[in-house]
Design a protein around this ligand. Sequence first.
Ligand code: ADP
Length: 335
Amino acid sequence: MIQFERLHKSYQVGERTVSALQPLDLTIQRGEVFGIIGHSGAGKSTLIRLINRLEEPSGGRLVIDGQDVTALDSDGLRALRRRIGMIFQHFNLLSSRTVAGNVAFPLELAGTPADAVQARVAALLETVGLAAHADKYPAQLSGGQKQRVGIARALATDPQILLCDEATSALDPQTTASVLSLLSRINRELGLTIVLITHEMDVIRRVCDRVAVLDAGELVETGPVTEVFLHPGHPTTRRFVSESEHVDEGELHRDFAAVGGRIVRLTFLGGDTYEPLLGRIARTTGVDYNILSGRIDRIKDTPYGQLIVSLVGGDLEAAQAAFIAAGVHVEELRR
Ligand code: ADP
């Protein structure tokens, strides 16, 4: 659906050229929720704004749905932007217009007849759960409600792609969860391709199918969220994951010094998460185990468990082989 081919961007600041995005190759599939994570200044906003050409690329090609959008003229660009909705961290609502008026705005710009606008706005407000608030003004709404207006407005022209620019960063955790589940539902029910940027791994974990990690303008890791989240390769990715799990790696390794045996990280994914494997394998191999840290959660719809255990006595090699044979990923942290 969206293909970046050596796309790059630099800014001219006085005499200096600042590179915001190194030449980047990336393909985003139709119908997926694709997350881009990075720290402040990593190039996330630049990347997402290149998709609807709010930023002009310095070079390379961007192909959307088979069309080279880097070559579009202004008419082509207007047509492109009707196919791409966008929501923002600070909502960007018009304060002098009601909720219904904000959602109607892009339809009015597109020259939609008034009765069609009214019907479409009513349906959109129903979708985002704001039917009862149509006549309120933005100042009378909570942050979560404002973002729902933003989502309804972004969907008004029936786009194929929705861009989310730190859409939940200004919201509290509970509101974040409800906005993210609305985005998931829209993705599922409308088949919309969603591209979101965030600095929070938790946002990626809850809604994204695949993720790209940006570090200082460079794409350092990309893949399915289950892969990148559970087996991060790049130090930046590892930092995001340990921050989101509130794990202090240094503290954990100090704890290891106090326990004996072999220390392994066991990762269970999907149905295996709920199997009583640990006890069964301990019994059959005579290995004792001690759980040092653990987490059972979900990545989008997939349950996973990750345990750090020390294994003592018995047949350690047989125990490890049994875990692997049962589909558990085993990483030795200390032999
Ligand atoms: P992020 O969204 O990840 O915080 P940005 O895409 O905003 O990162 O910025 C990436 C880099 O490009 C930063 O070093 C930033 O200072 C620089 N940059 C962004 N916009 C401009 C601009 N209009 N002029 C000059 N430099 C910019």
